[in-house]
Design a protein around this ligand. Structure first.
Ligand code: 9MR
Length: 366
């Protein structure tokens, strides 16, 4: 499926001329570091420009430290995406390092940067077991005290960015792989209603923000997806102010949901009145990756992006990083890498071109 070379001609030449070629030459589309001048031919436009034209939200996680010092990273972010998500800078232990101490410098930087560049921000995340701060875990707080801590934190954070952060991951990864609720300091002390309270506090702090439950390996159909579905159904039935489910999509060539499963899951969630965001997509590959593996990876990105765009309820497509230069994968999955759409020199990989192909396809046949 090496038809990247045809991409450039997609809107100019009849599709009949775009039959897959067996050539293994690298794609001819310019690197994403192209200018975004008005009048630029549509086929050379970056992802963001193509997405903006159609009101499609496409984004990536970004790291504020890197944003501050790597100009190429910053330029690529502005050029390719219209939604940004902080990689760590809004997590509980990062923002709220002691009971009376908040640190907003980096999160403010990101929100200002996005606003100046006319990009949206997804807030990530109000509650995640991996970032429950030490002072809470060892504080021996009573249930009532912990509820007040939760309320104060959410008020402070969501309230600070009211009207500037359009969506929040309120609870992240609150369910175990077997479908039970994850054992956290919040569950132990407050009980399962900590989830209801977190959504309610977030809604009170910014009634216009779209509020999500976000998780991994719950994208297709299966025990964990069913548990997420059951949780959000129960939240909806009890009028807890949840608006959406984030499907992370950290996948591999061998383990990823099929387009059909993904559609079915999005459709059942939408029947509950919920929207969906693809929130953290990456496709990690065994190192070193072959050209065929990069193509197979591109096909997975394509299937997910197309599926999302074909489902009305799926309203954003966001990746967990965009360049292999700065990737969380190698630290967590030794032997894996190459998970993103640009390589470690920011050169587009087949996955970049397929996303572009999907966007161009939407323009030519909406
Ligand atoms: O990619 C993130 C990594 O760089 C951070 O060290 C880590 C802790 O902040 O969080 C990682 O992001 C996770 C995300 O917040 C939630 N879903 C899983 C992501 C990968 O672990």
């Amino acid at each position: 499926m090496k038809h990247w070379a045809c991409l450039t001609f997609l809107l100019i030449i009849a599709t009949a001329s775009c039959t897959p070629s067996s050539a293994t030459s690298s794609p001819t589309t310019p690197s994403p570091a192209v200018s975004t001048e008005p009048g630029l031919a549509i086929e050379t436009m970056p992802l963001r420009q193509l997405a903006d034209k159609q009101g499609i939200l496409i984004g990536s996680q970004v790291n504020v430290g890197i944003l501050r010092y790597d100009d190429k990273y910053t330029k690529t972010v502005k050029q390719e995406f219209n939604v940004l998500v902080p990689e760590v800078e809004m997590k509980f232990a990062f923002l709220h390092q002691a009971k009376e101490m908040y640190y907003f410098r980096d999160s403010d930087y990101l929100v200002d940067f996005a606003q100046k560049g006319n990009m949206k921000v997804r807030g990530h995340t109000l509650l995640w077991h991996q970032f429950d701060p030490e002072w809470i875990q060892t504080g021996n707080f009573t249930k009532g005290e912990l509820i007040e801590i939760l309320r104060d934190h959410i008020n402070a954070v969501v309230g600070r960015y009211k009207g500037r952060i359009f969506a929040w991951d309120v609870v992240n990864e609150g369910i175990n792989d077997d479908g039970t609720l994850r054992d956290t300091v919040w569950l132990r002390s407050i009980g399962p209603e900590y989830i209801d309270l977190a959504f309610q506090f977030a809604h009170n702090a910014d009634p216009d923000a779209t509020l999500f439950y976000n998780d991994y390996e719950a994208e297709g159909l299966g025990a964990k997806a069913d548990a997420v579905f059951a949780l959000v159904k129960s939240l909806r039935e009890r009028n807890v102010p949840i608006n959406g489910v984030g499907l992370q999509l950290h996948v591999t060539l061998n383990e990823h949901p099929s387009a059909e499963e993904l559609s079915a899951n999005i459709e059942r969630l939408s029947k509950l009145g919920l929207i969906v965001h693809i929130t953290e997509m990456d496709v990690r590959l065994h190192q070193p990756a072959t050209a065929d593996e990069l193509d197979a990876q591109a096909q997975i990105f394509k299937d997910v992006f197309e599926t999302c765009l074909s489902e009305k309820a799926c309203q954003a497509f966001i990746m967990w990083g965009f360049t292999d230069k700065y990737s969380w994968i190698k630290d967590v999955y030794p032997g894996f890498g190459d998970a993103h759409i640009l390589d470690n020199t920011y050169k587009p990989k087949p996955a970049y071109y397929v996303l572009k192909e999907v966007l161009l396809g939407k323009i030519s046949s909406p």
